[in-house]
Design a protein. Structure first.
Length: 64
């Protein structure tokens, strides 16, 4: 999971690459896909309890 963290700030440098707009979009998409796969792959290696805990961070119950 930690290996995915440096990829997110790398997205900030994509607009400054000497590439066409389409190539920059492809690079940015590739970075996002690799970061997500690395994160969820790490979550799977960490075990089901860690994955359950991470899902609970995003699926909070609404306040009553």
């Amino acid at each position: 999971m930690a290996s995915s963290l440096p990829l997110w700030p790398a997205l900030l440098g994509v607009p400054f690459l000497p590439l066409s707009l389409a190539a920059q979009g492809a690079v940015a998409t590739g970075i996002v896909v690799v970061a997500e796969v690395a994160f969820w792959g790490g979550a799977a290696l960490a075990g089901p309890e860690a994955a359950r805990r991470m899902r609970s961070w995003w699926r909070r119950r609404p306040a009553r």
